[in-house]
Design a protein around this ligand. Structure first.
Ligand code: SAH
Ligand code: SF4
Length: 348
């Protein structure tokens, strides 16, 4: 763009450094750019198109969730999670959204139940990270997970462009190994990602050990059933050397029995993978209640008994509706109740 304005190309590098190394939030800060260029940039472009409209901080202050309004009024969520103790290198994991809404429509997911609005641009994805990098300046961003709203592999080009931007050594320089793309199982996207020559991590939302249950929980399974999905995961490992993580969210009486754990162990036997058991977040749907802790632990033991690697994810920020799409849903309900613009403090 800078060159199309007949300006020397090196100004583009300067702008890049101001944005991604110095976390500039205005063109005025870019002191080594000619004043006329700063003025033109200010008139014709925007650094921040995401407007934070609501923020929640968890009781332990480690999880922070932001509801952003996009330039067209749509809303997305992003979350930052703090790891480590003060004095021993505190770092952040940022969870970003790839879409406003989601077309996959998983019935337990607040985002899926809201329907699809639009995909995000690469800039909108990167901006979510830059927002946290700016406000949490003193602690580096360690990891980025594409586990917010939407299906990142159904917004493939923007997701990849965002990964490459965040990975750039001239910018935030976040190693590809520290970025994880979570997918509901879009097989062509997994195959494509495997061939990018990137060391990005892949997490696959499995949630069920058989096709009929999985088709109910993740409707995309009707198009890409388990056999095809698991073959794509093996292919991903073969091409990248990166072990795939299977996410398995437990719902009481739906997918949390020891039998289902055994079935799951049989399904992934011989694969180089890891299973992340996720205690479900309560949503409005009464059909999908979180499994009690004892069921989650029982499920883990059954998997381990069958020599399958399984850990239980600590549920971060449940008190601030950190589950996918839950903050936005709550904001919409409040708005419907006429509470939206009171801007009351939501800090807990
Ligand atoms: N669309 C992608 C990435 C975003 S969802 C995917 O489905 O993988 C990120 C994760 O949140 C997924 O594993 C999803 O299944 C999970 N999730 C959605 N709703 C949830 C809920 N109510 N409780 C627990 N996990 C949930
Ligand atoms: Fe979309 Fe993922 Fe939610 Fe399913 S779980 S509706 S794929 S965001």
């Amino acid at each position: 763009m800078v060159e199309s304005w007949c300006e020397p190309g090196f100004h583009a590098d300067q702008i890049w450094r101001w944005l991604y190394c110095s976390y500039a939030s205005s063109f005025d800060e870019m002191s080594d750019l000619p004043l006329r260029l700063r003025k033109r940039l200010g008139e014709q472009t925007k650094i921040q198109t995401l407007n934070p409209v609501k923020e929640l901080t968890s009781t332990d202050r480690k999880t922070r969730k932001i509801l952003f309004q996009l330039y067209d009024g749509r809303e997305i969520e992003s979350v930052s999670m703090l790891q480590g103790r003060a004095g021993e290198g505190v770092r952040h994991t940022i969870c970003v959204s790839a879409m406003a809404g989601c077309p996959i429509g998983c019935p337990f997911c607040a985002t899926g139940q809201e329907g699809f609005e639009r995909v995000l641009s690469a800039g909108e994805i990167v901006e979510q990270v830059m927002y946290f990098a700016r406000v949490l300046r003193e602690h580096p961003v360690a990891n980025i997970v594409f586990m917010g709203m939407g299906e990142p592999l159904a917004n493939y080009d923007a997701t990849l462009k965002a990964i490459r931007t965040l990975n750039s050594p001239d910018g935030l320089n976040i190693g590809a190994r520290h970025m994880t793309v979570s997918t509901s199982g879009l097989v062509p996207g997994i195959k494509r990602l495997a061939r990018e020559g990137l060391q990005v991590g892949l997490a696959v939302s499995l949630h069920a050990p058989d096709d009929s249950l999985r088709s109910r929980l993740v409707p995309l399974n009707k198009r890409y059933p388990l056999k095809e999905l698991l073959a794509a995961c093996s292919d991903f490992f073969a091409a990248t050397g990166r072990r795939v993580t299977f996410e398995y969210t437990l719902f009481q009486g739906v997918n949390d029995s020891p039998d289902q754990a055994r079935q799951l162990a049989g399904l992934v036997r011989g694969m180089n993978c890891h299973i992340n058991l996720i205690p479900a977040n309560q949503t409005d749907s009464s059909a999908f209640r979180p499994s009690p802790v004892r069921n989650v632990v029982r499920f883990q033991h059954e998997l381990q008994r069958h020599k399958v690697n399984a850990t239980i994810r600590r549920s971060a920020g449940a008190d601030i509706h950190a589950g996918c799409g839950q903050l936005r849903n709550r904001a919409e309900t409040e708005r419907a109740n006429g509470m939206a613009h009171k801007r009351r403090s939501l800090r807990t």
